[in-house]
Design a protein around this ligand. Structure first.
Ligand SMILES: Nc1ncnc2c1ncn2[C@@H]1O[C@H](COP(=O)(O)OP(=O)(O)OP(=O)(O)O)[C@@H](O)[C@H]1O
Length: 423
């Protein structure tokens, strides 16, 4: 049963009627000014309920990131989402969306800035796919041609051929296709933020994985601020830039990157939630960008062999370095042996590096890359191919070893565990 104070009948549907603004506009808040979302001491107590559904949650969702709310059934995840787009009103506390106090915004305007996707897509069954997707643009008064173009663009974006699917009804689609249409509809007015409440919960595992991959791909292009609810740990680890693990009352047991949570779970509750096998999970979901990369001596082709030889010689961990081009992109590995007898610029001495990997890859993908190439090192690059550091088998092993050691220390010293959990 839902709060009777809800101000729309269908949460996934078009925005509800406008309500008068209740407060003057808030001062912009830096973390959320760019489309981020902040909850500050937010509580929601439903009439007649002894304990609040949401009890004093404070959470920052940085702009352009996917934050996953992960918690057991009844922990208040959906209520938290519905508070953000004002389908229900908080009992106390403040919600800031894109730098503005949500309470100061017209709810219709607010919801236009926040797409909403729910389980089973929540499509209107008597409307075609095209009409469902075009609902918000239609409400915004766009002309027919513009709406039609936008609908086709969105359907292509979610991998549905407009010519095939535009005129179908939701019942003529598979569950996965309906969910894609739900995502397309939420993106229709190009909102900076999206709330996704167990959008893939009702799908079979294969379709679910495929839609998760598509969402990540879409996010690379669109960079939306996304709050994503699930109770599936693997889904959270795969999709979340950050994860908030919730207890009852939306209380945060831990908030961190997947890596941080796997490396250092804040107490028994979180460990139980992760369900063991953390070393495997770390490999499967940990991202290369989040482990300490190996920093080797760097050189450029125009540098003198003597200088490079001395630099590598002064480095205690090995006898090689990496040669980077003028834009700091990896070119070659260079060893002391390559430099033997050399003088003047090092030019193209050394051996070309394997194709660099991106920081977004998982540790497992990095491991696969290392096994495939016949080199012990693989360079990691960030935006525009700029070199960030090197991954070796040792880097991966250390990350896992460190995780095991921390878990062991915590088990030996329960006080440390309590501190980590903030209790
Ligand atoms: N409209 C409502 N009126 C009264 N109680 C409510 C209402 N909506 C939710 N609750 C209660 O608030 C608590 C949190 O519910 P909520 O739906 O937010 O949990 P959830 O974490 O999303 O659960 P699930 O994973 O099962 O969807 C529950 O105890 C629920 O019974």
């Amino acid at each position: 049963m839902r709060d009777t104070s809800d101000n729309t009948a269908d949460p996934s549907g078009p925005p509800g009627p406008a309500e008068p603004a209740t407060e003057p506009a808030a001062e912009p808040v830096s973390e959320s000014a760019n489309g981020g979302i902040q909850l500050i001491n937010v509580t929601k107590r439903f009439p007649g309920q002894e304990t609040p559904a949401v009890d004093d949650i404070t959470l920052t969702v940085p702009a352009g990131e996917i934050v996953v709310l992960l918690g057991p059934s009844g922990s208040g995840k959906t209520t938290t989402m519905r508070l953000i787009n004002r389908l229900i009103e908080p009992t106390s506390g403040k919600i800031i969306v894109a730098g503005k106090d949500a309470m100061s915004l017209d709810p219709t305007e607010l919801r236009r800035q926040i797409g909403y996707v729910i389980q089973n897509a929540g499509l209107f069954p008597h409307m075609t796919v095209g009409t469902n997707v075009g609902l918000v643009p239609q409400m915004l008064g766009w002309d027919k041609q513009k709406i039609a173009d936008r609908v086709d663009e969105l359907l292509r974006l979610v991998a549905l051929d407009p010519a095939v699917y535009r005129d179908r009804y939701p019942r003529e689609l598979s569950g996965g296709q309906q969910q894609r249409v739900g995502v397309a509809r939420a993106l229709a007015a190009d909102p900076p933020a999206m709330l996704m409440d167990e959008p893939f919960g009702a799908l079979d595992p294969i379709t679910r994985e495929r839609l998760q991959d598509e969402l990540l791909q879409l996010q690379e292009e669109l960079g939306k601020t996304i709050v994503f609810v699930t109770h599936d740990v693997d889904e959270a680890l795969k999709l979340g830039d950050r994860i908030a693990i919730l207890r009852e009352g939306s209380q945060i047991a831990q908030y961190g990157t997947p890596q941080e949570i796997l490396l250092n779970p804040a107490g028994e509750y979180v460990e139980q939630f992760l369900g063991g096998g953390q070393a495997m999970k770390l490999l499967k979901f940990g991202r290369v960008a989040d482990v300490p990369l190996y920093q080797v001596p760097e050189a450029t082709p125009d540098e003198d062999a003597d200088t490079v030889r001395a630099r590598i010689g002064a480095w205690e961990d090995g006898d090689f370095g990496i040669v980077l081009d003028e834009r700091h992109r990896p070119l070659r590995w260079i060893t002391q042996e390559d430099l033997e007898g050399a003088s003047g610029p090092i030019g193209d001495r050394g051996e070309a590096t394997a194709a660099p990997i991106r920081g977004r890859l998982t540790l497992q993908q990095a491991l696969e890359a290392l096994i495939q190439i016949e080199q012990d090192w693989v360079p990691v690059v960030g935006a525009r191919g700029v070199y960030r550091g090197t991954v070796t088998l040792g880097t991966l092993q250390n990350a896992i070893k460190e995780m095991k050691e921390r878990t062991r220390t915590r088990r030996k010293d329960p006080r440390q565990e309590q501190e980590a959990a903030g209790t």
